[in-house]
Design a binder for this molecule. Structure first.
Ligand code: ZN
Length: 209
C-alpha cells in the first residue's frame, strides 16, 4: 500500500443513513480519526474482525487521497490525487454505548482492520465523482449503493472543513461517509465493493477474538 498518513472519516454524511441510525441531520461535518494500523487492503483475503464486542457493521464509503498540502481556496480537483472505495467497519453496539455515555467513538471505530480499502485509482474530478455510483455486495447481494452527489457535505466542503481546522497534506486519506443500508457481518461473509458496476476489491470476514 502506498504511504498513508492521517485517516480522517466523516460521520453522518448521507441523509438516509443519519435517519436509519436515528441521528439528527448534522449542521457541519462530523469528523473522527482512525489509526493507520486499522488499514487493510482488500485483496480477496480473509480479514479478522472482533467477535467479542457485539455487532460489527459494514459502512461502504468513497475514500479520497490528498496529494499536496491544503491551502485556502484550493479546489478538490487539485488537492486530491487518488480515490478508492473502502469499508469503515464499526462496532455498532460499542458505538451506541459510548454515544450514550458521551465518550469518544474511538473504541467503536479504531480497531485493527476497521479501515478496509481497495486499490487507489486516479481522482477523476469533482463533477465526475458526483455521479459515479459505488456499491457494496454481501454474499453476492447488493446491500448499499451511493454516490457523492447524495452527500450532505460534498467533497469540496469536506476538504475545506478538515484542511482549515485540522490540516491536510500529502498521504492523508478521507473516508467520506456511508449511504443507507449499513448492517452487521458474520463469519464467512464475502464483501465486495464495486464502482460503476466493476469490482474494486473484496474480502472474506473472519470473526475472531
Ligand atoms: Zn463511516
Amino acid at each position: 500500500m502506498t504511504f498513508i498518513r492521517n485517516i480522517y472519516c466523516v460521520g453522518r454524511n448521507y441523509a438516509q443513513h443519519a435517519a436509519e441510525l436515528g441521528n439528527a441531520m448534522p449542521e457541519k461535518p462530523m469528523i473522527f480519526l482512525k489509526p493507520t494500523h486499522s488499514l487493510v487492503n482488500m485483496k480477496g483475503q480473509a480479514v479478522k474482525l472482533p467477535s467479542d464486542s457485539g455487532e460489527v457493521h459494514y459502512e461502504a464509503e468513497l475514500v479520497l487521497r490528498i496529494g499536496q498540502d491544503y491551502r485556502p481556496g484550493i479546489r478538490v480537483d487539485e488537492l486530491a490525487d487518488a480515490m478508492a472505495l473502502g469499508i469503515d467497519f464499526t462496532l455498532r453496539d460499542v458505538q451506541d454505548e459510548v454515544k450514550k455515555k458521551g465518550l469518544p467513538w474511538f473504541p467503536s471505530k479504531g480497531f485493527l482492520n476497521s479501515a478496509a480499502i481497495t486499490d487507489l485509482t486516479p481522482f477523476p474530478g469533482f463533477e465526475a465523482v458526483q455521479r459515479m455510483e459505488f456499491m457494496l455486495r454481501k454474499n453476492g447481494q447488493e446491500v448499499q449503493r451511493g454516490k457523492a452527489g447524495d452527500m450532505i457535505f460534498n467533497l469540496q466542503v469536506i476538504v475545506d472543513f478538515i484542511g482549515t481546522l485540522y490540516g491536510l497534506g500529502q498521504g492523508d486519506i478521507i473516508y467520506t461517509g456511508t449511504p443507507a443500508g449499513v448492517g452487521p457481518v458474520k463469519d464467512g461473509d464475502r464483501l465486495e465493493l464495486l464502482w460503476g458496476g466493476e469490482s474494486a476489491g473484496e474480502i472474506t470476514v473472519k470473526m475472531e477474538g
